[in-house]
Design a protein around this ligand. Structure first.
Ligand code: PAF
Length: 292
């Protein structure tokens, strides 16, 4: 356990796997439930909504903060990913989180580490297309966290829709005893989806970033008015994003929300998902069109 200078600190900080396992086992022995909120830190309201759900429904809440190197590609932002640990701890303290699990890279991936989890068929599209390492890294670290912490419930945000699908399949296919709780995406008051990467944006870029949620809103309006052609909606989204200063489209997908197959007609439950690079940040956003 890490000694802290702050005597008012209530959250227990654990950085070793063996200690985390011991603490989890002793919680289970008391017949108490554990809720896990896995994060990479730089906590925002989106994370806090996951933590709130865990605090409400589980006896003990563990938040993990670990910037997982295996889910970043070679030219991605691993080194510059924000790591404001002290302010994260303050937030966890304020909320009454029981345990912060904050292992080092060496603890999670010691020299000689060899094992990775591969999930097929739902990881080749959307974010997995331009970030081929992403979901293998996510599935691997999440499985490790589940094995170490043994939570009954784990909380994930719907902003990372495809990540949630990957984790749900991981749990189902590998018969894991953990319930995955989906928590809706949280937006800033002007509509921007909360993301740790928003803090890279300049004032101008942040203005451009609003284009993602506004375009999704516009697409939903058009669909409500009766347009069902995915191509027409895709063209509308593309046009609006191309008009946005500094925006580079990674993907626009109008697809099935479970298997991510592209749709020609917007019928049945449909996911519209976007990834757009604005300045240094690659931003994602999505919305669900319920059955029409
Ligand atoms: O969503 C995230 O922050 C990460 O992908 C996760 C689930 C914590 C795994 O590193």
């Amino acid at each position: 356990m890490i000694e802290t200078k702050n005597s008012t600190r209530r959250v227990t900080m654990i950085s070793s796997i063996s200690e985390m396992k011991e603490v989890s086992q002793s919680i289970q022995k008391q017949n108490l439930t554990i809720g896990l909120v896995p994060t990479m830190g730089c906590l925002h309201e989106g994370h806090l909504s996951l933590i709130k759900r865990s605090l409400e429904s589980c006896d003990k809440t563990v938040v993990s903060i670990f910037v997982n190197p295996t889910q970043f590609g070679p030219n991605e932002d691993l080194d510059s990913y924000p790591r404001p640990l002290e302010s994260d701890i303050e937030k966890l303290d304020e909320m009454g989180v029981d345990i912060l699990f904050h292992p080092s890279k060496e603890e999670m991936y010691p020299t000689g580490y060899k094992t990775f989890v591969e999930i097929k068929n739902i990881t080749e599209q959307l974010c997995g297309k331009s970030r081929p390492d992403l979901f293998q890294g996510v599935a691997t670290i999440v499985l490790k966290l589940f094995n170490i912490i043994q939570p009954q419930n784990a909380f994930f945000g719907e902003k990372d829709w495809q990540q949630l699908a990957v984790i749900e399949n991981l749990v189902k296919d590998l018969n894991l005893d953990v319930a995955i709780i989906r928590v809706p995406l949280v937006r800033e008051s002007d509509g921007l989806a909360m993301s740790s990467r928003n803090r890279y944006l300049s004032v101008q870029e942040r203005q451009s970033a609003l284009s993602l949620s506004r375009t999704l809103q516009k697409a939903q309006d058009q669909i409500r008015q009766g347009i069902t052609s995915a191509k027409t909606i895709n063209n509308l989204i593309q046009k609006r994003l191309l008009e946005t200063e500094g925006a580079k489209i990674d993907y626009i997908s109008i697809c099935d929300p479970v298997n991510f197959k592209e749709k020609e007609q917007i019928r049945g439950r449909t996911l519209i998902a976007l990834a757009v690079k604005i300045g240094p940040s690659r931003l994602i956003d999505n919305c669900i069109i319920e059955e029409i």
